[in-house]
Design a protein around this ligand. Structure first.
Ligand code: GLN
Length: 464
């Protein structure tokens, strides 16, 4: 029987209509949009968070749903519809916070995108490729020259020689590589282990794949992997462990010891590893280690990466997955029917990017270390407890010295009263309570912007 939505046309807040006074009193009720009671039950127990404040109304509102209609047509209040596999998810926190930054004229240290441009030589290469007529569909799994450039880069970074024809799949950003990996290699009911806090798309794509998620929480100050918990989480139904190093949002980098222990457990239990390494070139305090390079691991690892962070071109959406042929098969099958192929001229330009001289990477790191210093020292001076970040362009802080109830209340205050945007981390946990003291700032902004944000916080944020 088709499920029926109960739509109550009541106050539904969108990021743009969000009012601070209702921030806590209004907890967006998922039940409003839920098709039936059984789903409501799943939803309310899923995060165990019925009491946790939701960040504004984060589902698209009725207003959003009708705003695309022609004004002259009769507007009926249609209930929003979404397949069960996605109904528990909200508008991403990055979309919400960037909208709020614009609305309140706040400095956006939330969503991780540089406010400066990518390198000229890469942009020129894209223009040239377009002019040269490289504008029709690319080969589905990647422009051959770009696949070769990825293989060359991977060899330099890890020492591993891979066959670009059989072991590399080019995707539309790493987000698609993540989705293709989950959908191409995970069966409904398979267990997948995640480490919280985790990047939001992992949970959503695992949900689309029908996976059963098991979550292990990394805790401050060092966010170390609790090996015993991992050992007891792995069962015969475990299909994969997903890691992210350097890690978003904490900046943690998995140590060789942690990676080796995870590797041994995966080999012992015949488990795959999916490893998101998009921040590999932003490794400041230690060398990045690719899981695939550990003994016995290449054959059970899918390495996910992208162009966006390394070349400050997050809008190009060029990513890739590297895996042995038997795993690449699954990734490619999903990719074929998700997007089929990725932008042709951008792949040609991306090949030029990946062949950048080593000096490019050295300079990138130097620039980011200077930015990190400004933000980290600034945040300390403001009075935050700053947790060490070894890589990525993020840093996580404890906001509790300022006396706000939780991360969402703090971020609300920071936007409205101080004029700075950060990301509340509770959205990156299965149990949001685990992230209630932590917020994430990004330093992928020009130095003037970082200093201005710190100045605003110094002036207006007072310890309680
Ligand atoms: N990866 C970026 C971040 O963590 C956001 C990407 C997105 O908006 N989906 O800030």
């Amino acid at each position: 029987m088709r499920s029926r939505c109960i739509w109550t046309p009541c106050k539904v807040l969108t990021p743009l209509s969000f009012k601070p006074s209702s921030f806590f009193t209004f907890s967006f009720s998922k039940q409003l949009l839920l098709p039936d009671k059984s789903i409501a039950a799943i939803s309310s127990t899923r995060r165990g968070i019925s009491s946790y404040p939701s960040l504004m109304a984060s589902s698209p509102s009725l207003k959003d749903s009708v705003s695309t209609q022609n004004e002259s047509t009769q507007k009926t209040q249609q209930p929003l519809q979404v397949a069960k596999r996605l109904e528990k998810f909200k508008t991403t926190i990055f979309t919400q916070m960037s909208s709020l930054a614009i609305k309140h004229g706040a400095i956006n240290l939330g969503q991780g995108f540089p406010n400066f441009d990518g390198p000229e030589f890469v942009k020129e290469a894209a223009i040239q490729a377009i002019k040269d007529g490289k504008n029709q569909y690319a080969r589905g799994y990647g422009v051959p020259d770009f696949s070769s450039a990825i293989a060359e880069r991977f060899k330099k970074d890890t020492g591993l020689v891979v066959d670009p024809e059989k072991e590399i799949t080019v995707t539309s950003g790493c987000t698609e590589a993540i989705a293709a990996t989950m959908l191409g290699l995970i069966n409904p009911g398979d267990e997948v282990i995640l480490f919280a806090p985790f990047y939001d798309s992992y949970e959503a794509t695992l949900s689309m794949a029908g996976a059963k998620i098991k979550c292990i929480t990394l805790r401050p100050p060092d966010f170390a992997v609790p090996i015993d918990e991992l050992k007891s989480a792995i069962t015969q139904d475990t299909r994969a462990v997903l890691i992210n190093t350097p890690h978003n949002p904490t900046g943690k980098m998995f140590s060789r010891e942690e990676l080796s222990t995870i590797a041994s457990l995966c080999i012992e239990n015949d488990v795959l590893v999916f490893t998101d390494e998009v921040y590999d070139k932003l490794a400041f305090e230690m060398d990045h280690i690719s899981m695939a390079s550990l003994p016995g691991m290449y054959e059970r690892t899918v390495t996910l990466n992208s162009l966006g962070k390394t070349f400050s071109l997050t809008g190009w959406k060029i990513g890739w997955a590297i895996a042995p042929p038997h795993l690449t098969w699954g990734v490619r099958q999903a990719h074929s029917f998700l997007t089929f192929a990725t932008s042709t001229p951008m792949q040609w330009a991306a090949a030029v990017a990946l062949r950048a001289p080593e000096s490019y990477y050295v300079e990138l790191k130097r620039d980011y270390m200077a930015k990190k210093e400004i933000l980290v020292e600034g945040l300390k001076a403001v009075g935050f407890k700053v947790f060490p970040s070894s890589g990525t362009y993020f840093v996580v802080v404890d906001h509790t010295p300022f006396g706000l109830e939780n991360d969402i209340a703090f971020c609300e205050y920071l936007i409205k009263e101080v004029g700075v945007v950060a990301i509340p981390t509770s959205v990156f946990y299965l149990n949001p309570e685990d992230g209630k003291n932590l917020v994430r700032f990004t330093f992928c902004k020009d130095e003037g912007t970082l200093r201005a944000a710190v100045d605003r916080m110094k002036e207006k944020l007072k310890r309680k």
